[in-house]
Design a protein around this ligand. Sequence first.
Ligand code: KIV
Ligand code: ZN
Length: 390
Amino acid sequence: MTNTSQPVFCDTTLRDGNQSLKRPWNSQEKLMIFQQLLKLGLKVIEIGFPASSQMDFDSCRTLVQNAPSDVTLCVLARAVPEDIMLAAQALQNAHNPCIHIVMPMNPLGLQYILKKDLNEVTQTAIQAIKQAKFLLPPNGKIEFSVEHFGDCKDNLTDVIHVLTQAVQAGATLINLANTVERSHPMAFVDMVKQVKAAIDDTAELSVHCHNDLGMATATTVESFFAGATHMDTTLNGIGERCGNTNMFEVAVALYNSGINIPLQMQHFYQAAQLVAQLSGIPIWEKAPLMGRDCFIHRSGIHQDGATKTKALQKGQYMPFRPELIGRTDGETFGFTSQSGKAALQFLCQEVGISLSPEQAASLMPKAKHLAEKKGELSLTDVSHLCLNNN
Ligand code: KIV
Ligand code: ZN
């Protein structure tokens, strides 16, 4: 099965991202992120977990009052009456409200956390969905999540049975969570396929992946191609432990695969900076898409290939064009003991000195020697080298 439809990005920066912060955001901070999400074109946004704290409840109210009419706002609730009540209150007067109910269904969670079997879980789920339906206006939506779905390999048939009943009770979106990433993407994707086959078009299908082993983006992208239409993601991949699926990475991976992305990708870079600033979590220099090093080549082979393909739309070592995500920096070179002539010529050009290939070749031993001693050369080092080369 290959999904070529337009993906729906459900952002959970303000819920899953927020609940992982050392200092969760207040209403004003959430509003700043929310406005950035709107600028990116998000149409489904999870704004909080109202039962978690008064501050989170209040922030949900603030966002409800500031939301445009075409955006669906979700809030999280456990399958307990108090949570669902608070969720409905937090969403009061929202144009498009959605209550997101979550229950673990993995054998470990059933035995040690819920202390229920799947029959009891089904009854609890159905009651919770009915309560949410009763409290929501007619256009309200209900998302039903299987927490630890990735750990449900051994009871998958039974879990699928619960899900079909959840849909019959009124769940409009089924969300499959890889709450803890323990294995490999296709193990999860195979399970997603089985749910897709069972629920077909009776409800929308979503995935929610965590990044414990660094494969949340891969799992989410492959789940989309396996039939999930919705994907939970966060800005900068913030979220519990090693984070959630990174929205930017999924969007660019799907875009590069020919999928139409319903987001304003040119604002990604700006959004990443805002989240780094408000979360206090800096962007690592090697972070995909956003890191300082994304377009810097330091090895001679790469520098040579990059120089020869610079004018082309698809560069030999360019995963995408920087302007796609709103970056104003471009492909550039650093000179180290691993670097080549092309870099020296390029960097000399940067300091206003034009070197022929022969001149660059003759300068190389000196440049390498210096770089062996001090590491990457600065532009001042390069300029001194050129000026003292005689
Ligand atoms: O990781 C998780 O299981 C969750 C659920 C609420 C979907 O965040
Ligand atoms: Zn999560």
